[in-house]
Design a protein around this ligand. Structure first.
Ligand code: SF4
Ligand code: MSK
Length: 651
């Protein structure tokens, strides 16, 4: 062991598989892991963690306090707000660039330049074209795809007017954005403008800077992320419920293990197909393996879990630990959340680390030349590298924890509509009714990352979800939060229903859904925005998203992308609980705007709550307040509906 751990493994990670692999990492002499490095960092710099350090120009860096301004004269409030905006802009850029790559692929497919991918879901294509206002959605599929791709490309570059995607939001919400002047013009201009206004000597009014942050975040949630989800569904299929397993125990001793990691689904989709190719399987058997086992980490995992039932090896903080099993022949990374330490950990084993995206390389990893035009050849070449590497596996170093949980994932809104109303009468009505009658107290979207510097990884995420379903709150999940729920058995309908409160359980059993719904990857938080929109449109729960008994939570967030997500929830009128604050604690004014006054603008605010018990109380109290305001907390006699009542209800 190369270092002394400050926290023992069970203080670092909540799940037993991770704990076992941390112990093995020590025994194997792995130089460091994310938890040991977090401990090694010690207490963070107060100026950095409170947002009080400014490095924006080269008269700095400046350490700002109430008494001390920056060299240029910038105040604490300006610097704190500006730093937050810059982080949010980077997060928006990441989600939106992912969306852009998919749109360009859609255009290539539509114009016949790419024959490797197809329009897998013409129904989604037509629905999306209608939603974005393309007048004739009955035209030929490829022509419609071309028109939609052109429209989406324009969403990135619009310089005037406002984003067409905003029309997906409820009308009153659009009105709020218009009256505040925070409706984004285009996705790219909102990123550029965020960088511009946070430049030295530009925007110095913290409120104005924070409203600029809301603009950019709306461009992410309703723009870049919404487009990424939509095009992903068109090209790869709308997810529907699928069974799989989650946690490191999904790796297989007798098979060649290939781990996909990152966020973009284009190559991974091909790897799924290639891993089932008879020729490739024969090559795998020829080196003594029983086959190829594809497994995922982070959001690439969520994408192929939802569409193909590919098992999930783990979430963000388990990426190194997957290698520590000694059983991974190859890990292929694309973009976002892939730790630079992976090649270093891989050196202790036989694992090859490959990168597939020209903007996301590791100095010590091999880059593969992936382009969507040679996708299948590239996928096969990658699998062949894994096959070649299988004989190098050292059996003495292999220890796969026998720990994994069954999961059901893939709850797209289309699926929820079908489950609730059947394909004949697709409807959110039963869900609205369950909320109105109080059998479901409200909805909480628990999203985001896990964080090595914030207590025991996954603990807050899992405890919060458990306690909320116990209190009859329906939980929606995405990203690494969803994987944490899977590892804890909360995505197993049967197990979760045992924990759920009696009235939530009754509803879930009646309509056939688990109380914790896996809705996808990080960009799929756009699905949560749309689920909330459908609740409003269905009627009986107010006129705007801010009226809903709904709330978001990012208990263990770490990424700049999570800052963008949290802001677009709030900009949409949905409060957000954060397990640790943004770097705003240096400025009382910025913090009190975000956690208070902002509600006067957009009807929602942030709550900084490090303690999970208090988060549960706050969330439940918030949902009850919304219910009171809607007038649905009045006691009503329970009534058995006859056919006449039902007909009246559904007209
Ligand atoms: Fe210092 Fe102002 Fe430059 Fe920031 S912009 S580094 S506060 S001088
Ligand atoms: S992967 S952004 S650690 S959720 Fe989407 Fe997980 Fe957070 Fe990355």
């Amino acid at each position: 062991m190369a270092y002394d751990r400050e926290r023992n493994p069970s203080q670092a990670a909540f799940d037993e598989a991770s704990v076992a692999m941390l112990r093995k990492a020590d025994a194997d002499g792995v130089e460091s892991d994310v938890f040991s490095r977090a401990d090694e960092q010690g207490a963070p710099c107060i100026f950095g963690s409170e947002g009080r350090c400014c490095r924006i120009c080269h008269m700095g860096p400046c350490k700002i306090s109430d008494e001390v301004r920056g060299v240029c004269g910038a105040t604490l409030d300006t610097v704190v707000a500006r730093n937050l905006l810059r982080e949010l802009v980077a997060g928006t850029a990441a989600h939106s660039d992912h969306g852009r790559h998919l749109v360009l692929l859609l255009k290539d497919v539509a114009e016949g330049r790419n024959h490797q991918y197809q329009i897998r879901d013409p129904g989604k294509l037509r629905a999306a074209a209608a939603a974005w206002g393309i007048p004739d959605t009955t035209i030929d599929t490829l022509e419609l795809a071309r028109q939609l791709a052109e429209l989406f490309i324009a969403e990135f570059s619009h310089q005037e007017g406002k984003l067409a995607s905003l029309r997906l939001a409820p009308k009153p919400r659009q009105g709020t954005w218009d009256s505040l002047g925070i409706a984004p013009k285009g996705i790219d201009p909102s990123v550029v403008e965020g960088l511009h206004r946070s430049n030295m000597g530009v925007d110095h009014d913290y409120r104005n800077i924070l409203r600029g942050a809301l603009t950019t975040s709306i461009a992410d949630g309703w723009g870049g992320s919404m487009i990424a989800t939509t095009v992903g569904d068109i090209l790869f299929g709308v997810p529907s419920p699928v069974r799989a397993r989650a946690n490191l125990g999904v790796l297989e001793r007798l098979k060649i293990n290939v781990v996909v990691h990152g966020h973009e689904p284009a190559l991974t989709e091909m790897l799924v197909a290639a891993s089932r190719d008879p020729e490739i399987l024969a090559e795998a058997r020829a080196v003594g393996a029983e086959g190829i086992n594809l497994a995922g980490i982070c959001c690439t995992a969520n994408e192929v879990l939802m569409r193909h039932g590919v098992p999930v090896a783990g979430n963000f903080l388990q990426q190194e630990l997957a290698l520590v099993t000694g059983a991974v022949e190859l890990m292929i990374t694309d973009v976002q959340c892939c730790m630079p330490s992976l090649p270093e950990v891989a050196k202790c084993y036989h694992t090859k680390i490959l990168t597939s995206n020209p903007i996301a390389q590791h100095a010590d990893a091999q880059a593969v030349d992936f382009s969507s035009e040679n996708a299948m050849d590239c996928a096969k070449a990658i699998l062949r590298k894994a096959i070649e590497n299988f004989p190098n596996r050292d059996p003495k170093k292999v220890a796969i924890p026998d720990i994994s949980q069954p999961v059901v994932a893939g709850f797209s809104n289309e699926t929820i509509f079908n489950i609730l109303g059947g394909t004949f009468r697709r409807s959110f009505r039963p869900l609205n009714d369950a909320i109105i009658t109080g059998r479901i107290r409200g909805v909480c979207g628990i999203v985001g990352c896990t964080n090595a510097r914030r207590g025991t990884a996954d603990r807050y995420l899992i405890t919060l979800a458990r306690e909320l379903i116990r209190r009859n709150v329906l939980v929606l999940k995405t990203g690494c939060a969803a994987v944490a729920a899977g590892k804890a058995g909360l995505l197993t309908p049967e197990a979760a229903l045992r924990i759920a409160g009696p009235s939530l359980r009754e509803v879930c059993e009646a309509i056939g859904i688990p109380p914790v719904l896996h809705m996808g990857s990080c960009v799929d938080n756009s699905r949560i925005l749309m689920a909330a929109t459908y609740l409003v449109e269905e009627g009986g729960l107010g006129n705007d998203l801010s009226d809903l008994p709904a709330i978001g939570a990012a208990p263990e967030w770490m990424s700049e992308k999570a800052i963008a997500i949290a802001h677009y929830f709030v900009a949409s009128g949905i409060d957000v609980v954060l397990g640790h604050p943004f770097r705003t604690m240096g400025s009382e004014k910025v913090t009190s705007y975000l956690c208070g006054e902002i509600a006067n603008d957009v009807g929602a605010k942030f709550h900084y709550i490090p303690d999970v018990e208090r988060a549960v109380e706050t969330i439940c109290a918030h949902l009850e307040e919304k219910r009171d305001a809607l007038g649905i907390n009045r006691k009503v006699e329970r009534k058995l509906f006859d056919m006449k009542d039902r007909r009246e209800l559904y007209v």
